[in-house]
Design a protein around this ligand. Structure first.
Ligand code: AHR
Length: 610
């Protein structure tokens, strides 16, 4: 491998080259990154018809003790369904309640992670014509062990009243639940029941351990909220941003029909923008362009959809005195968010109305916000686009050999046109298992190819990012979690090899071998980068050379590395800085797991041979 370290042939990689793509799939947000513990907090998931299914809420007590149903009687206009609980027993008289009372409980998303010493904020809305005495408790999975509880005793609540309490559990349980119980006869209505840990990233509602996994990738951007989630199975259940902002209690939530689960939209447009800011990543908002999986808006009637997006951009970056900037400011962020990229639709290029709709969105956005970079769904890598765009979207899925071969996809792409955004890439063939070393290696080869072509590729992100182990809708994924644990698949660790590439300089490098098979299985790149962690005044000129090599072949290869034209500003090269990081394992099919989270993870050591 020869590397030319001279600046003559070097090229800067975009600051946003490697990022992440967040989709509400596999309970990535609801029951994942968004730390809300209650599932179906507003009883809305069963639909607006009543009576409705209240899953996953359960009833504690039989029909002789209480009757639970839903009604359209909430004080919240956009989510009218509330729970009515008629308690027939009492703590005296003929029909005595059980000692612990009767009521309802919510097991969260496959169990709530309740930790000793942490504090949980429980908020609920309640109404009753009589005085009430309700116990709010966090319990173990059987309901027998109480981890924390408090009682609310209230009278004069014939109008809806908000109750907020804090619970600090005495013991931990990863599979806990929230119970609302009483031993007093009467009718009580509940709505919008929320339980949140106070300990979330900066108090912004993001589960700390999952947030940290993202931060450790140092993403240059975050694409959200999907994927297919953006399109929806039908337009009526697509992600419509206006329904996801404002006070959480007033958000209607919606059925994520593509991935088959309800989301309360706690993670709405505001929270996605906040997430980007907290990660130090640029937000890339993918919006619905009037096209779902099953229906489409005709281009002649698309203007209301266009206006919705213009309003959304104003929400993100408008003045706090503007109509939508005002709402953002009221939510706690008067400064504009740094929204510079939007994508018109997801995977919609081939659909009948895409081109017509695209142009309406494009012209309206460019006229109102000329600096915003617009991403088209049509792949411009092999032929020029027939419409204006700043970037074009490419999705790459396939088996390991196929994805590895696409490392050369952009070698022959026309230079000078819009740049590529590989917004979804993954090895998802049968050979990938649930995310094994083979998949990670093939992806590493692919990313090296992108790095080598970073004059035409501006952004890239793997998909999907997260999977809750209890609802694997798509396989494989980069990060696996349940209520309390998390691990990265080999692909996740592989992505860490690229986190210094954003804004770095890619050097000319070439692999030579007499063996054609070696040439076919090896790919390499070299970058020069600055280590911000070492940016003290004395080392401000310190640069690092990083060489990444992938061998997807079956044979061990001896690699001689020659670096030409390396002119260190300092008189010596810091030998201690010569290190190697190797991602490998005994078996190509090896995967990580909750039991062995770093079976396949990078190992850092001094570079053998100096
Ligand atoms: O990443 C999973 C899915 O793959 C995305 O939702 C969609 O865009 C693609 O088909």
């Amino acid at each position: 491998l020869s590397v030319d370290a001279s600046q003559a042939s070097a090229r800067k990689i975009s600051e946003t080259m490697f990022g992440i793509s967040f989709e509400e799939i596999n309970h990535a947000g609801a029951g994942g990154l968004w730390a809300e513990l209650v599932s179906n907090r507003g009883f809305e998931a069963g639909g607006e018809n009543v009576p409705s299914n209240i899953h996953p809420w359960h009833i504690l007590g039989d029909e002789s003790l209480l009757i639970v149903s839903t009604e359209r009687s909430s004080c919240f206009d956009r989510n009218k369904v509330a729970l009515r609980m008629e308690v027939l027993c009492d703590n005296e008289g003929a029909n005595i309640c059980p000692v612990k009372g009767v009521g309802i409980y919510n097991p969260g998303y496959w169990g709530m992670n309740i930790e000793q010493g942490k504090t949980y904020k429980v908020v609920l809305y309640v109404r009753s014509l009589e005085s009430i005495n309700v116990s709010i408790s966090l319990t173990g999975s059987s309901g027998l062990e109480t981890l924390a509880n408090t009682n609310i005793v209230a009278a004069n609540i014939s109008s809806w009243s908000k109750v907020e309490v804090r619970l600090t559990p005495r013991t931990s349980d990863h599979n806990a639940r929230l119970q609302l119980t009483t031993a007093k006869k009467g009718v009580i209505w509940f709505d919008q029941v929320s339980a949140m840990p106070l300990d979330t990233f900066k108090g912004h509602g993001f589960r700390n351990d999952l947030f940290q996994m993202l931060a450790d990738l140092r993403p240059g951007f975050i694409r959200f909220p999907g994927g297919s989630f953006v399109e929806g199975e039908w337009l009526r259940n697509a992600f419509h941003w206006k329904a996801t902002v404002g006070p959480w209690e007033e958000r209607p939530g919606h059925f994520n029909e593509v991935w088959q689960y309800w989301t309360d939209d706690g993670l709405g447009l505001f929270e996605f923008l906040q997430l980007a800011e907290d990660l130090g990543a640029l937000p890339v908002w993918v919006f619905n362009c009037g096209i779902s999986h099953s229906d489409q808006v005709d281009s002649s009637t698309i203007l209301p959809f266009v206006q919705e997006i213009i309003d959304g951009i104003e929400f993100a970056r408008g003045d706090p005195n503007s109509t939508w900037g005002y709402i953002r400011a009221a939510m706690g962020h008067p400064e504009p968010y740094d929204l510079r990229y939007v994508a018109i639709g997801n995977q919609d290029c081939w659909k009948k109305n895409y081109h017509g709709n695209y142009m309406k969105f494009y012209l309206a956005i460019k006229s109102a916000y000329p600096d915003i970079k617009i991403i088209s769904n049509c792949d411009g890598s092999s032929q020029a686009l027939d419409h204006p765009a700043d970037l074009y979207d490419v999705h790459v899925y396939g088996d390991a050999n196929y994805v590895f071969s696409l490392a050369h996809k952009f070698d022959r792409t026309m230079r000078g046109g819009p740049k590529a955004f590989v917004s979804e890439y993954a090895v998802n063939g049968k050979d990938a298992g649930r995310g094994n070393l083979l998949a990670a290696l093939a992806l590493a080869g692919f990313l090296i190819g992108l790095e080598r072509n970073s004059d035409v590729v501006e952004m890239a992100s793997n998909a999907p990012l997260f999977v809750n182990e209890n609802d694997r809708r798509w396989n494989p994924d980069a990060i696996v979690f349940d209520s309390y644990q998390v691990y990265g698949t080999p692909n996740y660790w592989m992505q860490q090899f690229f986190r210094e590439s954003n804004g770095a300089t890619v050097l000319n490098s070439r692999v030579q071998s007499k063996q054609a098979s070696t040439l076919a299985s090896i790919i390499a790149s070299a970058i020069l980068w600055r280590n911000p962690d070492n940016e003290s005044s004395s080392s401000s000129t310190l640069s690092y050379l990083r060489i990444k090599v992938v061998n997807l072949g079956i044979n061990m290869v001896k690699l001689k590395i020659v670096i030409d034209n390396l002119k260190p500003r300092r008189s010596v090269i810091n030998v201690e800085g010569c290190r190697e990081t190797v991602l490998t394992s005994a078996n190509l099919m090896d995967e990580n797991s909750f039991q062995h989270p770093t079976k396949v993870a990078p190992i850092l050591s001094p570079l053998k041979g100096g």
